[in-house]
Design a protein. Sequence first.
Length: 375
Amino acid sequence: MATAASVTKDLTDLTTCTICLELFDNPKSLPCLHAFCLKCLQEYFKDKNTGDEAQCPICRKKFQIPSDGLDGLQHHFFIQQLVDVRKASNTELDGEPCEVCLQDSSEGSVRIATQYCFDCSQKLCDQCSRPHRLVKVGAHQVRPLGVEVEEELIQLRASSCDKHKHKQVELYCCDCNENICLMCSAVKHRNHHSVEIPEVATNFRLRIEEDAKQIMCIVSGVNQQLEDTKQDVVDFAAEAQNVKKTVIATGDVIKRLVDKHVNDILMELESVRSASAEEADSVQETLQLALVSMKSFHAYSRELLDKGRPSDITRAACELHDRATELLKSDVTAVKYLKYRPPYVTFTPADVTQVKRLSLIGELVTTAGRPTGML
């Protein structure tokens, strides 16, 4: 339960690993879509071997360690893109060397890069950038080097084809559920049904929004049930305390003759209270874990929809929908045994004048749940 509580503090910063609480380093995605640094997973599951069953550190969803180890888990491209953008926004770009000067160091010192040529994919100083601007067949696209250019390059890199790094993804293969470039379409996916990414992303966006909306509806129910459970715990503790006082007060009247019987009843009461507390803890932990899973899903969905490119949406859409379907099917608010029902405890004092009877101070009666209408 402590693990779940620690990660609920902040689900909004998708660039921070919830294990090390630092910026992601090589983020890996688990089947539940929660992301962690590869090095954090390797440390967290250091006692696990390939093929072993493990649990997500956040929601405890089970998964199998890949045959090639944790490094075989899927790389979280969208999280990596957010991390790269954040790094670019926080990094001083001064001091980058000109790539042409570096290649021809015979001319002397290497000058600082101030421009970027998108046609040549090079960082250039002012002097080396001039020929690129004066190309007779058409000037190259040269722009001042800065954070904006760095972020644009990151965006372009994020849209690169997984199999052809120098090609940009333009199509979505509906048969394989993956983004592909034109070269992939002409070879491996030639007879598959493919659609332009922006078009299919629009449909996926609507589906993701609907899934997220349904998840948030359940979140409200889980929150309410969690609050009700907490209040039931407080109320039952108060009831148990009142019963305890009554038992002690009645026992004091009989004094030494009933000391042992008083102690027996108090032990029985404590046993009931302890068992009820364990049940309440179990219910709260299950509800808390469900809440964490759904909130993190919603936070990731919103970040993807707000900041992701169409290719990011199509890349994650199917997994997101599968995860949403899984969460919706496991709606904990609909599971009867997850409803905490504290037992109702009453104490009926005995007639203290009949001290010779076997039940000297009364009996503790415990029922499975609070009777209807009982406050």
